[in-house]
Design a protein around this ligand. Structure first.
Ligand code: ADP
Ligand code: MG
Length: 284
């Protein structure tokens, strides 16, 4: 399921004093099954770009998903919604049902899934995002920020779209929650072959998942490539407000204390253990 964007330019509130150029001549192709990180400082256009891909902001023919576009005859927003799920940056912007259960089923109903499928998918993703059945009758508005985030993500995942746009999906979660959600998202790409665009500003978190990074600055794409190539552009990244993850001082202290750098492969393995912990096969 590919995404193709050609010469996409977008201005908010054009011809008013609030006019704001948000996207400038964006050209982009994302292939089936890719896992891409979208980075950039606040205001660089990341959320606006996601909303164009999912059609919340219509863009006629500039955006094509799997060859179709909202500008095509007979293609409506539901057709695009069945292909592209968008988890908004602010979960409050997509919560409107009285109960978590209704919220989870809402998108699936819109896509015309039968009750049995809706039941299966909503329970599956409720559990996957770390919530249980006790939430189903609760009001989503009364949940904590992190719980709202989980509900919104579960409702988007349950729609089972081949493409997922996740706009800062782990903001508001604690460290354990971030780790759990990251693992669910990784599986959606590696096991369920979903094409995923993960918008974020925490490079350290994103590079544990994605293979390709796209960096936006003031509405333009300034970097687009494999993670290892983009990370070499330290100065350009810093200019865009993105700093490379630093080794934690604890790791540095341990490295020095045990003189690990002089111990070759063995020292490196111990260091990796300090950073990653044990995998089921021992030291990673
Ligand atoms: P990011 O997600 O990277 O923080 P956004 O896409 O939200 O960036 O915003 C891009 C630019 O568009 C910013 O200058 C922002 O102030 C402006 N903008 C975003 N949403 C609106 C809106 N609804 N009305 C007017 N300007 C907006
Ligand atoms: Mg944003």
């Amino acid at each position: 399921m590919s995404i193709e964007i050609k010469n996409l330019t977008f201005t908010y509130q054009e011809k008013t004093i609030f006019q704001r150029d948000a996207l400038k001549n964006i050209n982009l192709k994302i292939d089936d099954g890719e896992f891409v990180g979208i980075l950039g400082a606040s205001g660089s256009g990341k959320s606006t770009l996601m909303q164009h891909i999912n059609g919340v902001i219509p863009s006629k023919n500039a955006v094509r998903v799997n060859g179709v576009s909202l500008g095509d005859k007979g293609v409506g927003s539901l057709d695009i919604a069945a292909l592209v799920g968008l988890a908004f940056q602010y979960p409050e912007h997509q919560i409107f049902c009285d109960t978590v259960g209704e919220e989870l089923a809402f998108g699936c109903h819109n896509l015309g899934f039968d009750e049995k499928k809706i039941h299966k998918l909503t329970y599956e993703y409720l559990n996957k995002v770390g919530l249980d059945e006790s939430y189903l009758l609760r009001s989503p508005f009364e949940l904590s920020g992190g719980e709202k985030r989980r509900v919104v993500l579960a409702s988007i995942f349950a729609m089972d779209t081949p493409i997922l746009l996740l706009d800062e999906p782990t903001v508001g979660l604690d460290i354990r929650g971030k780790r759990e959600l990251t693992s669910v998202i990784k599986n959606l790409n590696s096991v369920e072959a979903k094409t995923i665009l993960w918008v974020g500003h925490d490079l350290a978190e994103i590079i544990t998942c994605v293979k390709r990074l796209i960096v936006l600055s003031q509405g333009e794409i300034v970097l687009d490539g494999k993670v290892e190539d983009v990370l070499k552009e330290e100065a350009l990244l810093a200019n865009c407000g993105i700093t490379l993850p630093q080794k934690s001082s604890l790791v540095e202290d341990l490295e020095e204390k045990f003189n690990l750098s002089s111990k070759g492969a063995e020292g490196e393995a111990v260091l990796r253990f300090f950073i990653n912990g044990f995998s089921k096969d021992g030291v990673k």
